[in-house]
Design a protein around this ligand. Sequence first.
Ligand code: HEC
Ligand code: HEC
Length: 474
Amino acid sequence: MRTVLSALFLTLAIAGGALLYLWSRPDPAVDAALNEALIKELRTRGYTGLVEESLEERLGRAVDLRLADVGRFLFFDPVLSLAGDNSCSGCHGPNVSFNDSRPISIGVGNNGVVGPGRRGPHNQRRAPSLINAAFYPRLMWDSRFTSVTFDPFNNAQGFLFPEPEGSSLSHMEHLLGAQAFTPVVNRVEMAGFQFSGDNDAMRDEVVQRVNAIDEYRRLFGEVFADIRAGALLRYEHLALALAEFQFTLIRADAPIDRFARGETDAMTVDQKRGALLFFTPDVRPPACAECHKVDAYANEMFSDFEPHVLAVPQVLPAFRNMRFNGPGEDEDYGLEQQTGNEADRYKFRTSPLRNLAFQPAFMHNGAYVCLEDAVRHHLEVYDFARSYELDKLDPDLRASVGPVEPMLGRVQELINSSRPLPDEEFDQVLDFVRNALTDPGAHPDSLRALVPASLPSGLPLHHFEWGIQSPKGC
Ligand code: HEC
Ligand code: HEC
């Protein structure tokens, strides 16, 4: 009896293995059909896979590598922080692919660490990665910094910012140059609470400190003749340099780009199936690409750059230095903070989706530390929002979860009508999003060489934690 049974099991196992093999083996006919369908889908959307190469053409000039290098020093240098303890790299760390190393940013009052060990009072949102941000027509989670033409390379109709900046930064060549005026005047991010004075006074003070450093004057002098001749730096020079550095952070050569350029085996069969589920509106809801757009102004960045209500659980950090919204002061009202319009409550910009394989947390507040949960949230929004628990986040983020029902009452229609996908299809979509949209050049190891050995100000660099493991249970 036993031999019969084991023979049966063996036969079953072999048959199962053969079936599995057949399923996973790229059947040439199936693969050809998938290629054809995906090529058609990408063509309809005008997807070229060439966005990375288009940077200098869009800019209308070559990237100035000397200016980018000064920008790199400034990016890492706490000299830009009036509080003295933070830099751009404190929240957009190279060791986390220029993402935030924590689910919600820690700005001033930090412990000098960039990584899971970063401690200090939290702000309100997660810092998005700066890789590829040069192609975003609108910046920030509520899209509050906008190029009016919807082209970040075109200032013809101005760059619109909330007051007090308004449209005063429209003379900058690129939206990132305009954006670079803002972090240094943000009190919870870099400026701190000691220095009194308005935004212009704060920028004047920062630029004075930089002007006093010979090495910065020398570096800027290599690019600008007037600085070489003795003119004083203006904040604009700093902003230009910071933007130029970010122009060197383009990593948009992912498998899907290679596929679009004709390398049909750059993606696996599963990723191609996932791509079709992602793009094709009538296969199953929600049609991811309805919001995570690639065409026209989206510059192949997988976002419509529009705000939507996704009802992401609201995380209130235990240790914080910002006042949250709502009657319990435990909410983030999103776009409403800017417009004052209640109809904009809980709206956040569709996240661009490149290089997520190297991102430590997801959504505007890092409520999810597993990519899988971030995707599943879209499909099972009611279950996910209602049963959310803070236990995957570190204790310093676990004060409480904000109200859920008011958000669910406003969920965007496409999300509202979503249903869970069968496991196999879900895995394909996840594989596509995680792996086919990730450029290996965005891996932290490839970015490590960008960290300067020392800074012109003589101030210490932050302590970057390398080799961060993804959290358990993902
Ligand atoms: C305290 C942490 C912190 C520091 C320091 C910081 N940022 Fe950010 N950054 C953020 C957060 C948080 C956001 C998103 C804020 C929001 O949407 O409300 C952001 C957004 C951005 C964006 C828009 C990205 C996008 O996807 O729209 C750019 C560009 C940017 N930061 C550049 C910089 C530069 C340059 C510096 C240094 C001058 C800097 N940041 C310093 C936290 C920080
Ligand atoms: C109705 C528009 C919409 C649709 C449809 C949609 N998304 Fe999103 N997605 C968003 C918005 C908005 C966010 C950011 C929400 C936030 O942070 O509060 C987001 C965030 C994400 C994130 C987190 C990325 C990050 O950087 O934090 C992933 C991953 C994602 N979406 C994948 C998908 C996939 C896969 C689909 C299809 C199954 C999909 N989305 C469908 C609007 C949409």
